[in-house]
Write a protein that binds this ligand. Structure first.
Ligand code: FES
Ligand code: FES
Length: 144
């Protein structure tokens, strides 16, 4: 239907024109993660300032779902507090599991990935960048 077509266009746009591609230097937090089922990988660099995500970039190799999800994720968490970013990750995870999710917050482009929940083999592709982000946030906590 039309919504599927729109969502597919949003996904392909993020894949072809990834937002926030690259590596942050300086004191940024670096997280590497791979999807063991296919070997695809992502490197995420995050810059946190005053408890907020001041900047986020990603590098990696992967399928259109994993790379577009990484692009959407970096876009979505910029300017958010750590707690908000992690909450968004949990909402995304619920979405991937096909559960009801909290849509009081503006999810932006992320909603375009909701159809992935119907393809269990692809869920790990979509969650890779989010897991990396959560890992980075957790490491930042323990580093304090
Ligand atoms: Fe790494 Fe799921 S276990 S992406
Ligand atoms: Fe490897 Fe999707 S097939 S991340």
């Amino acid at each position: 239907n039309n919504l599927d077509t729109l969502y597919r266009q949003v996904i392909m746009d993020h894949y072809k024109n990834p937002r926030n591609k690259g590596v942050l230097e300086d004191d940024s937090l670096t997280v590497n993660m791979n999807n063991p089922t296919c070997g695809d990988r992502i490197q995420l660099t995050l810059k946190l300032e005053d408890g907020k995500v001041a900047d986020a970039k990603f590098e990696g190799e992967g399928c259109s779902i994993s790379m577009s999800s990484a692009s959407m994720m970096t876009q979505a968490i910029k300017g958010k507090t750590k707690e908000e970013a992690v909450k968004l990750s949990h909402i995304f995870s619920d979405m991937m599991l096909g559960k009801d999710y909290d849509d009081d917050i503006d999810l932006g482009d992320i909603e375009a990935l909701q159809g992935v929940s119907q393809f269990p083999a692809r869920i790990k592709c979509a969650t890779l960048a989010w897991k990396a982000m959560e890992k980075g946030m957790n490491e930042e906590d323990t580093a304090k």
